[in-house]
Design a binder for this molecule. Structure first.
Ligand SMILES: N[C@@H](CCC(=O)N[C@@H](CS)C(=O)NCC(=O)O)C(=O)O
Length: 258
């Protein structure tokens, strides 16, 4: 494999800004002043399923990167690769210290099967299903909602338990803060009341989202703009009484206090 130092080609990031791991990678590149080309793929138009993209990511998912002849998928691996390969990235994002690095890896591994699984499954089965061509399942939504809430509680009691501004008590964000906060931002497309019910009890999580947003501005809001627009569109549909069947049937399977 060629050495990255001899590679003069611009980093290519294949992404859809409506995808939370894609946003984490784009924000990371922008905040760190990395010279990259964003190649937009629209998942709702199935552009990620093209044979050309499958050459880059055989899993047919975004994000993926091409750096010279090197190809990589999975957002956490991509964030780690960029943090290590580009000399301008500040240490706090993925510290050289072995113990701090290992703790960040641990949060990232946990994320996949807990917060991400809960948030993604919930949003897909309440709001995004039709956009993605996925049949919505109210029972799956109810189970995902439980996992989502317990994951938010775990974040508060395990990684935000001290007075630090970021996960693991840090004063500066790491790639784990960015990845997890981008995931939680996906909840913006939910019904307003549902959003408040989910995040309302987690004041430390709310403060941490705000800390991560302000540490990465103006890129954070700029990259989330498409999601904010999607949120408005879903709200308009609800106001017009066009909320999905799954949203209403899902409410039937929730405990009455929700
Ligand atoms: N674990 C992967 C997840 C990637 C992923 O699920 N991407 C979604 C968008 S958020 C996707 O490409 N979905 C299209 C599909 O699976 O068909 C990562 O962190 O990069």
């Amino acid at each position: 494999m060629e050495n990255r130092k001899t590679n003069t080609m611009k980093l290519k990031v294949y992404a859809d800004r409506l995808s939370q791991p894609s946003r984490a990678v784009i924000i990371f590149c922008k905040v760190n002043g990395i010279d990259f080309e964003e190649i937009k793929l629209d998942i709702s138009k199935r552009q990620h399923l093209s044979p050309e993209f499958k050459e880059i990511n055989p899993m047919a998912q975004v994000p993926a990167i091409v750096d010279g002849r090197f190809r990589l998928f999975e957002s956490h691996s991509i964030l780690i690769y960029i943090a290590c390969a580009f000399p301008g990235v500040l240490d706090h994002w993925y510290p050289a210290d072995l113990f701090r690095r290992a703790k960040i890896n641990s949060v990232l591994d946990w994320h996949h099967s807990n917060l991400r699984r809960g948030a993604t499954t919930y949003v897909q089965n309440t709001v995004l299903g039709p956009v993605l061509g996925i049949q919505m399942n109210p029972q799956a939504a109810a189970e995902a909602r439980k996992l989502l809430s317990s994951s938010l509680s775990k974040i508060e009691t395990v990684w935000l338990k001290g007075n630090g501004r970021f996960l693991l008590g840090g004063r500066q964000p790491s790639i784990a803060d960015l990845s997890l906060v981008c995931e939680i931002m996906q909840l913006e497309v939910l019904d307003e009341k549902d959003h408040i019910d989910i995040l309302g009890p987690h004041k430390k999580v709310q403060q941490w989202i705000e800390n991560t947003r302000s540490a990465t501005e103006p890129h954070f809001d700029e990259v989330h703009r498409l999601l904010y627009r999607a949120k408005e569109r879903f709200q308009e549909r609800r106001l017009k009484g066009l909320d999905s069947e799954a949203e209403s049937s899902f409410k039937k399977v929730l405990p009455s206090k929700m």
